[in-house]
Write a protein that binds this ligand. Structure first.
Ligand SMILES: Nc1ncnc2c1ncn2[C@@H]1O[C@H](COP(=O)(O)OP(=O)(O)OP(=O)(O)O)[C@@H](O)[C@H]1O
Ligand SMILES: [Mg+2]
Length: 278
């Protein structure tokens, strides 16, 4: 079976009904779906008609040469950049015009940027801060309802310990962000996302800066997140990671999908090879 171009529009024979050439889950099963999404910067097109739908527990890899528009598309899904046309919906609700925090409240989380604030906090503090952000904690609520706030603080702290435990990271709970290795930082970023109880996790090059011996651990951790029925969309240049992790791969070039299918299908596609060779 060869990779299908987007315009073919027919489910390849032998694939389950839920997996279609857009990337992709049947509309009724999709937690996230994007239709004909376009992004331009000052009139210059970066994303030029992307379709994608992803079901719970599915990991979709987004690959393509530098400047293809992968990060812009991810940011369009997360709400960090505005779309010029098209639509993004989350569990059937149109979120196309919603700001980032409202999409996040609905479960669509893009990995946090590494900020100086992160570096100055311990891992535990980082997780707890993310947990408070996700629940919209406010000072007014804390003053008006101290008992409820105390209960919530304890629940968030418990959640943070559970997440640390699950990823065997309790040993770095009290380490400051600035003391962590590249791989540990990536893991903290992902754990922070989990504090927000995501339904869709958007990851942009999660393996950058990760030492080779930690790559396998990170892949295992991402698989376990996927197996928890969280939908993953991963932009990654490290193709072995995509091969290991992703049920489905979408190849982008010049803002458009040029092939979709299994990893093996897309890498053997001639159009894809040409796009990579430039
Ligand atoms: N903030 C911005 N302002 C103007 N142009 C931008 C901006 N961000 C990206 N671009 C341009 O949009 C196009 C797509 O960029 P994008 O970063 O989305 O690609 P990418 O596939 O993620 O590339 P890479 O693999 O190098 O990360 C490129 O031509 C890039 O120069
Ligand atoms: Mg990018």
């Amino acid at each position: 079976m060869t990779a299908r171009s987007e315009h073919e529009g027919v489910a390849p024979a032998g694939l389950p009904e839920t997996v279609r050439p857009g990337g992709t889950a049947a509309p009724s099963e999709a937690v996230l779906s994007a239709r004909d999404v376009r992004v331009s910067y000052g009139g210059v097109s970066a994303v030029d008609g992307m379709d994608l739908s992803v079901a719970a527990g599915q990991a979709v890899g987004l690959i393509g040469p530098n400047g293809a528009g992968k990060s812009s598309f991810l940011a369009a899904l997360g709400g960090q950049v505005k779309i010029t046309s098209g639509a993004v919906s989350l569990r059937g609700e149109d979120v196309s015009r919603m700001p980032v925090h409202q999409r996040a409240r609905r479960g669509m989380i893009r990995t946090f940027q590494m900020t100086s604030e992160f570096a100055g906090m311990t891992t535990f503090e980082n997780l707890v801060t993310a947990g408070h952000g996700a629940r919209g904690a406010s000072l007014t609520a804390a003053l008006l309802r101290p008992r409820e706030t105390g209960r919530r603080d304890r629940a968030i702290a418990r959640h943070a310990w559970d997440v640390l435990d699950r990823f065997e990271m309790t040993g770095i709970a009290n380490a400051y962000g600035r003391e962590l290795s590249g791989g540990q930082r990536r893991l903290v970023e992902i754990m922070r996302c989990l504090m927000c109880s995501p339904t869709v996790l958007l990851l942009d090059e999660p393996m950058v800066g990760v030492a080779p011996h930690l790559v396998a651990k990170l892949i295992t951790d991402l698989k376990s997140i996927r197996d928890d029925k969280i939908a993953l969309i991963i932009v990654e240049h490290a193709l072995e990671v995509v091969r290991e992790l992703c049920d489905h791969v979408v190849v982008m070039a010049l803002g458009r999908p040029i092939a979709t299918g299994s990893y093996e299908d897309v890498v053997s596609d001639r159009e894809v090879q040409a796009a990579y060779l430039g």
